[in-house]
Design a protein around this ligand. Structure first.
Ligand code: ADP
Ligand code: MG
Length: 508
């Protein structure tokens, strides 16, 4: 026992720990940076770039680290690159770890729901901001446990560097044991030292996890214990203020023109020549069976999808294309979305999962218009009040009901000050009893604000009360359109008539 304690505090071995830590740090941080680069390359749309990343992974993941260490230390000098043992160990460890980091980062980015990117793009965030503010924080949180375990594995792998005579802990333990023959005590002490070091890494990982834990941040932000927070939040849902029926607007300036739009996904022709006009202040309900292309049309309008043929313009501005008709990079498209003033509300809400309700609403002011944080959040609070959600301003999306999430989604779109708001079946993912609260909010936007809206919906009663016009689509074409009452009460097209009868039967 005495000799064990003696070895545990022996300067010779402690110096080995220092070298182990250096090699681990080089391997970990170098591997992380190189891995991030590889992950970016692997996610690239350019096949060659992605191919280079994949080839790298195949080579470095498929060969033993020991060989890589020996290669870096003994083969590189032939190419005129002579590295000290510590640098050689750092380079080999980093090169090897990079492949694992790349996979961790790539899978955590891919693990973030596509809807998050869609929502951020629809708000007009530029690609770098989407990555930094929306994807990065969510992917980063998801990656922490795996990154922690990679750090532990880097430290254990650093022991292999004893083969290139790096005087780290394992090599020193070996040397000491060969000299004293006290194998058991020395390796026991060395094992305990490794355990302490890797234990410290695990501890660090837990601290980082706790620091960025959303629920914990949430409790701190509220400054009150969870129980009371829940009690306060569990208040009754707001009673919607009854609003008068919408007075049909007189069509004035054209806000949006869709003409001859075609779109196919592979062989599947989804839109086959769609024409549509939306006037300022007008509310148009887009009806049609599931799969008729409503969502695709809305996504084409704000250029979340690219057009195959035809054109779409907001008062002369074609989002996604230059004046001469060439496609623009996403960075410029983002700016165009803002200029066109097109906002979107999604069927599945797509609220940013790592942000509270008020932070969600403040995204566009803060990260598109550059409004200072406090000011943006104060404005967000006002918008939340307007959709009846003041009490839930600090809640995370997953703490909200579907109806509340959708109301935040509407407030978030409104914060972008849209001139044209696209709503893709805003209530169809909701439980029946939550539909009304969302429809009331939309109705008040139509009636009180006179907001120009294109709403894909199956709510016939709502369409009749709120929409000025109904456009009926099936199989990628507009079959019938006209004033709401006319289309809903006496559809001319037999397909439209059959569909309306079927939906109507379900509604009553
Ligand atoms: P709706 O919203 O009217 O239900 P959608 O526009 O969502 O219809 O879909 C129309 C058709 O296009 C469907 O058959 C759907 O499977 C197909 N589709 C939509 N998006 C994609 C996509 N990204 N890739 C392939 N097919 C798609
Ligand atoms: Mg749809």
């Amino acid at each position: 026992m005495d000799s064990f304690l003696h070895y545990l505090s022996m300067p010779y071995l402690l110096a080995g720990i220092e070298v182990t830590l250096q090699a681990t740090a080089l391997g970990f941080f170098g591997g992380f940076v190189l891995g991030a680069l590889l992950a970016t390359m692997a996610l690239s749309r350019h096949r060659l770039v992605a191919g280079v990343a994949r080839t790298y992974s195949v080579i470095f993941r498929g060969t033993p680290l020991v060989l890589q260490l020996v290669f870096v230390f003994t083969a590189l000098p032939h190419a005129g690159i002579v590295l000290s043992p510590i640098l050689a160990a750092g380079v080999a460890l980093a090169a090897n770890e990079a492949t694992f980091f790349a996979e961790i980062l790539r899978s955590s980015v891919l693990g973030v729901d596509r809807g998050q990117t869609d929502a951020a793009r629809a708000l007009g965030l530029r690609p770098k901001r989407v990555l930094r503010r929306i994807i990065g924080p969510q992917a980063g949180r998801a990656a922490i446990p795996a990154i922690g375990s990679e750090a532990v594995s880097t430290m254990k792998n650093s022991a292999l560097a004893s083969i290139i005579a790096l005087p780290e802990l394992t090599l020193r333990s070996n040397q000491l044991a060969s000299a004293t023959f006290d194998y058991f005590s020395i390796f026991f002490a060395s094992g305990v030292m490794y355990l302490l070091l890797t234990g410290a890494i695990t501890g660090l990982q837990l601290i980082v996890e706790r620091t960025v834990d959303l629920d914990r941040l949430d409790r701190r932000r509220r400054g009150r214990p969870e129980a009371t927070a829940a009690a306060v939040d569990a208040g009754p849902p707001p009673t919607p203020v009854p609003v008068p029926a919408r007075v049909p607007v007189r069509p004035n300036r054209v806000a949006l023109t869709v003409s001859g739009v075609h779109k196919a996904f592979g062989e599947h022709q989804v839109l086959r020549g769609v024409d549509l006009e939306l006037h300022e202040g007008e509310v148009v309900a887009l009806l049609g069976p599931s799969g008729s292309g409503k969502s695709t049309l809305l996504r084409l309008i704000n250029h979340l999808e690219t057009l195959d043929a035809g054109s779409i313009s907001f008062d002369g501005l074609a989002v996604g294309y230059s004046a001469s008709g060439t496609s623009l990079p996403e960075r410029e498209v983002a700016q165009q979305r803002v200029e066109a003033g097109v906002g979107m509300v999604f069927q599945h809400f797509n609220l940013f999962g790592h942000l509270t309700a008020r932070e969600n609403v403040a995204v566009s002011p803060r990260w598109v218009r550059g409004v200072p944080k406090d000011e943006a959040l104060a404005a967000a609070d006002q918008l939340l009040a307007r959709v009846g959600l003041s009490a839930r301003a600090h809640a995370l999306p997953r703490q909200l009901s579907g109806g509340q999430q959708q109301r935040v989604g509407i407030a978030r779109a409104l914060a972008g000050r849209p001139r044209v708001l696209l709503l893709d079946e805003p209530t169809s993912a909701l439980d029946p009893e939550l539909v009304r609260e969302v429809l009331e909010v939309i109705r008040s936007l139509a009636v009180d604000e006179g907001l120009t809206m294109l709403i894909a919906t199956h709510q016939l009663r709502f369409a009749r009360e709120v929409a000025d016009r109904v456009v009926f689509m099936a199989d990628g074409v507009v079959l019938e359109q006209g004033p709401s009452a006319q289309v809903l009460d006496s559809p001319q097209n037999p397909v439209a008539a059959r569909f309306l009868r079927a939906v109507h039967t379900m509604e009553v």
